[in-house]
Ligand binder design. Structure first.
Ligand SMILES: [Zn+2]
Length: 158
């Protein structure tokens, strides 16, 4: 595939549950998939692991996997199993660096960076995907807004 957009996910596990790309790969193989669905996994310690090779289409957004790079942040739910923004500073730092690198390497425009929940259908057709329309919370934060703010604080001209 040719990377043209980037979608960020959460593993929907508690941050204290140590999870690696290999663990996620095993979970996805059990579902009968050919490989891990994501191209990258970012562990709670900020380590970036490779998942499915970027040359291959991923399996992470139903109906929107074509040329779509999938990045999974380990974490995203609390003790009660409720969606929570609980990623570590190291993770977010690594995420930002990875997204910047991918955008540069593949010429991906910044506006093509989003979170899984942004694919939810716009049921009232107002052109915005609002919280009441989220099919799932993943990854529990406004990825595009966060990314744009980081770029601006880095002095990148948008
Ligand atoms: Zn997701």
């Amino acid at each position: 595939m040719t990377p043209k957009r980037i979608t960020v996910h959460s593993s929907a596990t508690q941050p204290k549950t140590y999870l690696t790309a290999d663990d996620i790969r095993k979970m996805h193989l059990k579902r009968g998939w050919s490989d891990i669905g994501y191209h990258f996994v970012i562990r709670t310690d900020g380590a970036v692991e490779r998942g499915r090779p970027l040359t291959k289409q991923g399996a992470h957004v139903y109906g929107h996997n074509k040329n779509n790079v999938g990045i999974c942040l380990v974490g995203g739910i609390d003790e009660r199993g409720v969606a929570e923004f609980n990623y570590s500073g190291a993770q977010l730092h690594a995420l930002y660096a990875l997204i910047c690198e991918l955008c540069e390497d593949y010429g991906i425009p910044y506006e093509k960076v989003c979170g899984h929940r942004d694919y939810s259908p716009d049921t009232n057709n107002d052109g915005k995907i609002t919280p009441d329309e989220y099919v799932k919370e993943c990854p529990c934060f406004d990825v595009r807004g966060w990314f744009i703010r980081k770029l601006q604080s880095d002095g990148v001209e948008l």
